[in-house]
Ligand binder design. Sequence first.
Ligand code: AHG
Ligand code: MN
Ligand code: MN
Length: 343
Amino acid sequence: MQQKLITIERHIAEQQQQFPQATGEFSRILRDLTLALRIIARDVRRAGLTDLLGSTRVVNVHGEEVRKLDELAHDVIFRAMDHGGHLCVMASEEAEGLIHIPSNYRRGKYVMVFDPLDGSSNIDANITIGTIFSIYRRLDESLDTPGTLEDILQPGYKQVCAGYAVYGSSTQLVYTTGMGVDVFTFDPTIGEFLLSHPQVRIPPHGSIYSVNEGSFSLWEERLQQYVEYLKTPSTDGRRPYSLRYVGTAVADVHRTLFYGGIFMYPGNRKNPEGKLRLIYEVNPLAKIVTEAGGRASNGCCDVLRIEPTDIHQRTPVFMGSSEDVTELEQFLRGEHPTQRAHE
Ligand code: AHG
Ligand code: MN
Ligand code: MN
């Protein structure tokens, strides 16, 4: 039998009914956000025709060149979310400080953080890109004052919702509110996200690794040993692994969610904290992977437990199938049986 037709709005409303105390506020945030995602998806699809490719020639807080689509996506999300009355503050990878709700609008009890366009360096070559978001409750829900830095600097395990849109061969929206991970596929002919993959589970073990291996010589030796191990054939046929690396974290994690394996953005000698940003990229992606039964580690600990100290801080990350991430951690501790044989 074919699956029932369920739009994302209906799905969110049904989920919300399971909480008798729910006010519907949360559903309205997601409704506003999906409007922004539909607009970004439309603009991404037509970018080559509408002068949306290329750079703005501005450099952002991370020292990276801002693309026109980065700026557009940031603005669209702001314009969809600033006046709903549900958020008290936002933060974006593309804005240096906190993004406050204009004083003429009501402030609510939620906080939203986002990476408006992930995979910017891939835009001009028409390679998959995405948008990442997460939502927290503000620390003191009784307040109606502007949200603060502390509201943004919450550890990832406190996310009440996390998700991403991936603008690939189709547009998909993946999200969790702590009740599993559901995937919706956008039908452009009716303008709706329809539930296409309910309750996705990541395979416990995979056969793909995903990392920018060009930095191999800058890695710590134990990470080098792990990647060498993945490439060495084994008698049980599990290895060698295949290498896949898009260079868009959303796309690499999305593939890992469906096929299993491990996605890594490690620290290295030049950048000990790696590149990915804890608040806008790592935490939401980690929440999705964890909710789907996988793991997300900074090499020794669960990334969702990190207490952030800076809105733009970076962290090394290794996420994907639980057995793969556990094996990687074993290597980084120098405790894998094959390492002991060599050391
Ligand atoms: P963004 O486009 O939001 O700045 O993020 C790009 C990130 C991430 O998507 C990807 O995993 C990583 O950059 C790729 O970096 P390298 O080119 O160093 O591999
Ligand atoms: Mn990004
Ligand atoms: Mn970005």
